[in-house]
Design a protein around this ligand. Structure first.
Ligand code: BES
Ligand code: ZN
Length: 570
């Protein structure tokens, strides 16, 4: 294991290889009791350091043996507290009893009123990047891999689910070794519908029907991905649709991807999110970044893979439109980081920086641009052969950016120099020769946006691109857009958010009201960040931003609330 700036795990000490977990959520107290048995890679002796955050440690012992001495250090605001266990000679496993506090950063506890069904409570976890340590003590770094067996207790009337193989009621096994940030579970009133022999959708009963319709084509997506990247390694690909407060579009939890309900748009227009989380089964979950410094290895590769899947399913023109929208998002992110350009490099040094704070679309879209640039430099045939080799060589391993560069140079000698790869990796901003997306109607849509003219027809992705491209929209343009496309009445929050932003830019009070409606109904950070940033940008709507946040805050995930607070601080 090499050094990870966001973990107390010590590379000179044994690694954890397998976990036995017994997890008992208390829906009244909002605490999680855990009995964690860590099985080590080799017999250990002396100090053994683990990550924790906000945990009460009750006992540490050798399973069915003597108590073991331990010290819990002071909490660091980013890393949490180091738990040092003093291993007696020859220790192969230790057992720790702990309780996670009611504000564990990995958990959101929802009251029945915050669910679709309004009858039962809901609980879910989100461990990436460094929140697993708020659930139980472990070496919380993607530099190690673990398998696990788990028991997840749940009260009558709600169903426990884990991102693992189901072995019995409340019993799970993760047979493939995973980085610890992929430990995940949910408890709620959940039902499933089969989508294919290896895929089902889980959701609350009132949502599961719509979700099954939206994702009916999932098997074709899996087949397309296998055609590009090789056999799917995780047996099943189930998806779980969470309540609206889920802070991400999706999370690639193994065997059970977590999804925001906002992609159940009623028009199957947002399958790219499913393609993205599925693609992580190769890029991210099989081949993993060593630490947050190399996050682009996960997300840049996954966006690249996502667009290749889309291209295979829907054609080049469609995937190019998505690439063009991605380029718009990247430009916005670069503006956001104007004062901190070092955060726009692909290879980072995030020691002392909270990875949730550094999170942006840069590793996604700039990483995508680099990989596409490499594809265009060497040609698709050679590039695809390289990708297969890469996935094979680093399968079930973690690697740093330098490992990627070394492997690239070995397999495609001279390409690092010829393609100017280090400009992407170590310099801020976007290199001048970065690939540009080309799609049939793209230039016309952008020209229309520049002149504040409304396109005669546009599908959801084209409309999104058009709305994003409106730099200085006018009231008349927005009114015409609404008259023609009826965006406010649509289910797609992707479109409604982009339209609310355009209206705010046009100085329309309707924009603020629409922003309020969206911000009260959804907790996905991508939308919240766009809306609150726009409200905060103009003195006229700043007070409104504060009011909306006050009203909505209780429904947000703690990580989302933190992000909005920092936007409102200016
Ligand atoms: N792994 C990410 C979500 C994530 C990243 C959670 C970092 C916590 C820390 C997931 O795969 C993702 O990228 N989701 C995107 C989907 C989009 C790119 C299609 C999202 O949530 O918007
Ligand atoms: Zn991702």
């Amino acid at each position: 294991m090499r050094h990870d700036p966001h973990s107390y795990a010590d590379d000179l000490q044994p690694r954890t290889r397998h976990l036995e977990l017994d997890l008992r959520p208390d829906f009244e107290k909002h605490t999680l009791r855990a009995v964690t048995t860590l099985h080590l890679s080799e017999p250990g002796q002396g100090p053994f350091d683990l990550d924790t955050r906000g945990l009460a440690i009750e006992t540490v012992d050798v399973p069915d043996g003597a108590p073991v001495r331990f010290e819990l250090a002071r909490e660091d605001p980013i890393l949490g507290a180091r738990l040092r266990v003093h291993l007696p000679e020859g220790t192969r496993a230790i057992r720790i009893r702990s309780t996670a506090s009611r504000d564990a950063t990995a958990l959101q506890w929802l009251e029945p009123a915050q669910t679709a069904g309004k009858k039962r409570p809901f609980l879910y976890s989100q461990c990436q990047p460094i929140h697993a340590r708020s659930l139980l003590p472990l070496q919380d770094t993607p530099a190690i891999r673990i398998t696990y067996r788990a028991r997840l207790h749940a009260p009558e009337g709600v169903r426990p689910l884990m991102a693992a193989a189901r072995r019995g009621p409340g019993e799970f096994e993760m047979p493939e070794p995973i980085p610890p940030y992929l430990i995940a579970f949910a408890v709620g009133d959940l039902e499933s519908r089969e989508l294919s022999p290896r895929s089902a959708v889980w959701a609350e009963p009132s949502v599961v029907g719509d979700a099954a319709w939206e994702f009916a084509g999932i098997e074709a997506v899996i087949a397309a991905a296998e055609g590009l990247f090789g056999d799917y390694a995780w047996e099943r690909f189930d998806v779980l649709v969470l309540p609206p407060s889920f802070p991400y579009g999706g999370m690639e939890n193994p065997r059970l991807a977590f999804l925001t309900p906002s992609i159940v748009a009623g028009d199957r227009s947002l399958v790219n999110v499913v393609a993205h989380e599925l693609a992580h089964a190769w890029t991210g979950n099989l081949v993993t970044n060593l630490s947050a410094n190399d996050f682009w290895l996960n997300e840049g590769f996954t966006v690249y893979a996502e667009r290749r899947i889309l291209e295979a399913l829907e054609g080049r023109d469609r995937s190019e439109l998505h690439a063009a929208v991605g380029r718009q998002d990247l430009s916005n992110a670069l503006r956001r980081f104007e004062a901190r350009p070092e955060l726009t490099r692909l290879r980072n040094d995030l020691a002392g920086i909270d990875p949730d704070e550094a999170y942006s679309t840069v590793p996604y879209e700039k990483g995508y641009l680099l990989l596409r640039h490499l594809e265009e430099t060497v040609g698709r045939t050679r590039w695809d052969a390289f990708l297969r080799d890469y996935l094979d060589r680093f399968r079930f391993q973690s690697l740093a950016t330098q490992d990627f560069l070394d492997f690239l140079e070995k397999r495609l000698p001279g390409v690092v120099e010829r393609a100017g790869v280090l400009r992407y990796v170590d310099s801020p901003g976007i290199p001048h020769d970065a690939p540009v997306a080309r799609a049939e109607r793209l230039d016309r849509l952008l020209a229309r946006a520049a002149k504040n003219e409304v396109p005669e027809r546009a599908d959801p992705t084209e409309l999104l691109l058009y709305l994003n491209a409106l730099r200085t929209p006018l009231r008349e343009t927005c009114e015409e857009v609404e008259a023609r496309y009826r965006i406010r009445a649509r289910r797609s929050l992707e479109l409604r958010t982009a339209f609310a932003v355009a209206q705010l830019r046009a100085g329309m009070p309707e924009g603020a009201e629409e922003a309020r409606k969206i911000a009260l109904g959804i907790g996905r950070m991508k939308f919240l960040r766009a809306l609150y940033t726009e409200l905060q940008a103009r003195p006229a709507t700043r007070e409104k931003a504060r009011k909306i946040f006050e009203e909505a805050r209780g429904t947000y995930h703690p990580i989302a609330a933190q992000v909005i607070e920092s936007i409102l601080r200016g």
